[in-house]
Design a protein around this ligand. Structure first.
Ligand SMILES: Cc1cc2nc3c(=O)[nH]c(=O)nc-3n(C[C@H](O)[C@H](O)[C@H](O)COP(=O)(O)OP(=O)(O)OC[C@H]3O[C@@H](n4cnc5c(N)ncnc54)[C@H](O)[C@@H]3O)c2cc1C
Length: 307
């Protein structure tokens, strides 16, 4: 029994997206893995999954919202109907654990959260999790399918290929509860009219402080490349590109960003792109409406002084 589904969510209205690292990790364990993504904006998220290395089924409905967990559980149970002997994997996050427990109850399957190791054999999937403050490990054998949450990360190979299907689905809420999006939500990159984005050319984490000051002056949001979020220079939720957010601001400033395709796929629909790079041959200049060949840190300081 090695059929598995990795279940992810992309709510562009709430700027919540999944991280491909756990999907890549799971593909290392399950030979027959399907990536199921529920979303409200399939066109925006499709590029992210075109080369994710795992066959992907996107389910799209303009009514989909991550705020309505009972309706998500109902929708999921219909999508996976008839596959109750599979393993359903969610990211080990608050949302993932919440939905995993709901789906397990709905499908009457065993649930194991916070899985730290997996072994797949023809007849069962063996999962381990730490217990007693990590002083012991509990091992469970899932012989008839199950629901698990795990964050065992991996890396998608550069030449990954996969199939990608987009299906409409019915996301009809029975809930009488109304959810209202908060103004000034913390991560507002998806809605930003102006984005100032930093890459490795900012040299280090300290380079992001002036960028944040510039963002305040321009009433902009701060974005970043994966190269810098991987270094921990700024929070990973700020990452723009195929692995996280797709943005379409009126103006996108790329400071010290080379213009790798995985990054540009997340920002190339911006109305105006302004690139600042010391290397005049950097690929980002091919995309830019305006370019400055120069030191990004110096230009940020000069802009702050000018504004
Ligand atoms: C499967 C996969 C998924 C990925 N997903 C993403 C993703 O979603 N988002 C993403 O961003 N990346 C992603 N990447 C990584 C991507 O391929 C690039 O490595 C990354 O975008 C490069 O970031 P960067 O431009 O900051 O760094 P670099 O490529 O190192 O570029 C730094 C640039 O700064 C310039 N520079 C240096 N000093 C200065 C200075 N003083 N002033 C101005 N410019 C200067 C250099 O000339 C260079 O062009 C992914 C990669 C893989 C394999």
């Amino acid at each position: 029994m090695s059929k598995a589904y990795f279940i992810q969510f992309e709510d562009q209205n709430l700027n919540e997206g999944s991280n491909l690292a756990t999907l890549a990790g799971m593909s290392g364990y399950f030979s027959d893995l399907t990536n199921v993504v529920l979303t409200n904006h399939s066109d925006d998220i499709k590029p992210k999954y075109e080369n994710c290395g795992v066959n992907t089924e996107i389910y799209t409905s303009s009514d989909f919202t991550l705020t309505d967990l009972p309706t998500i559980t109902n929708a999921l149970s219909k999508i996976v109907d008839g596959n109750n002997h599979a393993v359903f994997v969610f990211e080990d996050s608050n949302l993932g654990n919440n939905l995993a427990s709901r789906l397990a109850a709905k499908l009457n399957l065993p649930l194991v959260c916070h899985v730290t190791d997996l072994t797949i054999s023809p007849n069962s999937v063996t999962v381990s999790r730490n217990i007693a403050e990590s002083k012991a490990v509990r091992v469970s054998h899932l012989k008839q399918g199950g629901v698990i949450t795990a964050s065992l990360n991996g890396v998608i190979s550069e030449n990954a290929t996969n199939s990608l299907e987009v299906n409409e689905f019915n996301f009809k809420s029975d809930s009488k509860v109304r959810y209202i999006k908060k103004k000034n939500a913390q991560n507002d990159l998806v809605y930003a009219k102006t984005i100032v984005s930093g890459g490795k050319g900012l040299q280090d984490a300290a380079g992001f402080k002036p960028l944040m000051q510039l963002a305040q002056k321009l009433d902009a949001s701060v974005g970043a490349t994966k190269a810098v979020t991987d270094q921990g220079w700024i929070d990973a939720t700020k990452m723009i590109g195929v692995s996280n957010l797709i943005v379409k601001p009126d103006v996108y400033y790329a400071f010290g960003i080379s213009g790798a395709v995985q990054h540009t796929a997340g920002m190339d629909k911006s109305k105006h792109i302004i690139a600042i790079n010391t290397d005049k041959t950097a690929p980002i200049f091919k995309l830019a409406d305006y370019g400055i060949v120069g030191d990004a840190n110096q230009i940020i300081d000069r802009l702050i002084n000018l504004l």
